[in-house]
Write a protein that binds this ligand. Structure first.
Ligand code: SF4
Ligand code: SF4
Length: 201
């Protein structure tokens, strides 16, 4: 015996009532019947949804900078930090004239997240030195095939016309913390900025 947690199970003889089974069946049916009048613990998702926490971590976004260029420099730190090995990428070198597309000299030609592997821990967001990847309050859609859960840049990179507002999932404390660290990603949305944004872009 390796631990003292094991228990000896005795084989108790069943009584006559127990051998008849019917009392146990009626007892079970009574429990089922009483549940008909109790408030259901389940909801009809996805038609109905519960209210999520303000810091809910959902579908990722790859952010653009204030000029619309992709922030990600394909450094791979998010992939290294990811405990689920859900992130893969292929880097490429920015060519002259592509400065408006990519912020850094190296960028992610391919960037994919396997949403079936992802556990939405947020480590990729924490690891990113370029404020490029964030989890948002959006839910990942349901699909019928595994392939559709591999999210590429066409889904992950935010649209220039409708940038993703990250302030929605920031509590005042989190927002203050990020401002203190001179994070600039919410500049577009933060009307009441308290500190001047520094050089960490
Ligand atoms: S949220 Fe966590 S599991 Fe999902 S991609 Fe980021 S680091 Fe990986
Ligand atoms: S998202 Fe951030 S950490 Fe990941 S490759 Fe791009 S710049 Fe690096």
């Amino acid at each position: 015996m390796l631990t003292n947690r094991s228990q000896v199970v005795s084989k108790k003889e069943m009584t006559l009532i127990e051998k008849m089974y019917l009392p146990a069946i009626f007892s079970g049916m009574w429990i089922t019947f009483t549940h008909l009048f109790k408030k259901s613990a389940t909801i009809r998702y996805p038609e109905q949804t519960r209210e999520f926490s303000g810091i809910y971590r959902g579908q990722h976004v790859l952010k653009r900078d204030e000029k619309g260029a992709e922030r990600c420099t394909a450094c791979g730190l998010c992939a290294v930090a990811c405990p689920a090995e859900a992130i893969t990428m292929v880097s490429a070198e920015r060519k002259p004239g592509e400065e408006h597309l990519y912020r850094e000299e190296k960028y992610a030609k391919i960037y994919e997240i396997n949403m079936l592997r992802c556990i939405f821990c947020g480590d990729c967001e924490e690891a990113c030195p370029k404020e490029a990847i964030f989890l948002t309050d959006r839910k990942v859609d349901s699909f019928y095939t595994r392939k559709e859960f591999i999210y590429g840049k066409s889904i992950l990179v935010e649209s220039k016309d409708s940038p993703i507002d990250l302030t929605k999932r920031q509590t005042p404390d989190v927002k203050e913390f990020k401002l203190d660290k001179h994070y600039a990603h919410n500049q577009t949305f933060d009307k009441n900025k308290k500190t001047k944004v520094g050089g960490h872009h």
